[in-house]
Design a protein around this ligand. Structure first.
Ligand code: ZN
Length: 240
């Protein structure tokens, strides 16, 4: 499978539930929960009883042992691929972005040695004109829904604000993505989807150009007088 195909395949794979730890001090069990696919949406206080899977919705139900393959794959992530965020590149404005699989290494997070806490996340910015993406430290990322625009704009005051209009556009676009599922967000705003769409629209444009019939120059209109003058000789002889 090509890198591009893998990235597209990963989009649906990213849209899965998460393991959440019960906040009850006497419990602290980890539960798989399909109610949330974005860690950003998990309430600050979460208890076993809140799980919609009633079979494990009680602190009295023993923790379900995780399969080895699952255990190996688990990380302690603040964001999932498809999470909407405010992201900040050095010397630049805080800007709406989506956590997204990197087109190079096919991951959306970077781990350090044996730790399972990501030290970097890969994001793609909400921008119309270019596809801009970056690996950022978690300190340079904030959950989009948890940080109001006003708070972010206060932070942005320290930087040159020459593309306020584009920022407004990006904000509206990111807001439109809030109700979407992880998969739908990635299908529309991820690096690879946007690259694909861009390529398709360029091809479409080329095709349209190929199909275009060159316009015929409009016939020069001449008045009857002009016609007579032009064909004076003929008219003179023939008709007059
Ligand atoms: Zn519990």
């Amino acid at each position: 499978m090509s890198k591009e195909d893998t990235l597209l395949w990963l989009q649906s794979q990213r849209d899965i539930g998460i393991f959440i730890q019960c906040c009850r001090k006497s419990c602290k069990k980890w539960r798989y929960c399909d109610d949330f696919h974005d860690p950003v949406d998990v309430p600050k206080l979460w208890y076993c009883k809140m799980n919609s899977n009633k079979a494990i919705a009680s602190c009295f139900v023993p923790e379900v042992p995780k399969m080895e393959a699952v255990e190996e794959d688990l990380i302690e992530n603040k964001y999932n691929c498809g999470s909407l965020v405010w992201a900040h590149m050095h010397n630049y404005l805080w800007w709406p972005a989506i956590v997204d699989d990197c087109p190079e290494n096919l991951r959306y997070y970077e781990l350090k040695e044996s730790s399972i806490i990501p030290v970097k996340y890969h994001v793609t910015f909400f921008k119309d004109d270019i596809i801009q993406h970056a690996w950022l430290n978690p300190r340079s990322i904030k959950a989009f829904v948890k940080y109001k625009k006003g708070t972010i704009m206060k932070k942005n005051k320290f930087y040159k604000m020459n593309d306020k209009k584009s920022l407004e556009k990006a904000y509206t676009l990111a807001q439109s993505a809030i109700p979407l599922s992880i998969f739908e967000r990635l299908q529309r705003f991820s690096y690879i989807s946007r690259l694909k769409n861009m390529r398709e629209s360029v091809n479409q444009f080329d095709e349209e150009e190929d199909n275009e019939i060159p316009p015929t120059p409009p016939l020069k209109r001449i008045t009857l007088k002009e016609f007579c003058l032009k064909n004076r000789h003929y008219t003179e002889n023939k008709f007059l």
